[in-house]
Write a protein of this length. Sequence first.
Length: 176
Amino acid sequence: MLIWGVAARLLLTQRRQFAEFVGLEMGTGESVALPAIPLDLLSVCLLYFLLGYFLYAAMFAAVGAMSSTEAEARQAQTPVVMLLAIPAIMLIAVLDNPDGSLAVILSLVPFSSPIAMPVRWAAAEVPVSELGLSVVLVLVMLMITTWLAARVYRVGILMYGRRPGLRELVRWIRTP
């Protein structure tokens, strides 16, 4: 994030030189205009970035706790990565029809809404009730995922050897 911030600062302060570098012809006194980003869009993007970050961090923590080697962790993280990849692939459909049923469903499903809702918010008028419902659903799923990850972490961090199966994971979660 620091690198992105420094790069953005350099691009903002050196806009004219950057424009000349990429081949844009500029007149004297002319500057590269930046598009205006509405505050509500910036707020929605930041909110969903944080919610998505914590949601997926909890899932990756559970995967890390149940894996004893790096190879096992790479294999076990595939379902979590697919939960990220599928909505990213479907963003084309969301941009094509931001008010369509696929876009609405993606923006309400907690695992895909951190990706789909900011795009919908930028592309169309989204009812505030849908935004609120989406945030509540992500928060509920975040609490459930964090609770499950904590249960897996509590038992899994002390285990070593073979990777647990689905039955053993369920047993870890049910262990008081």
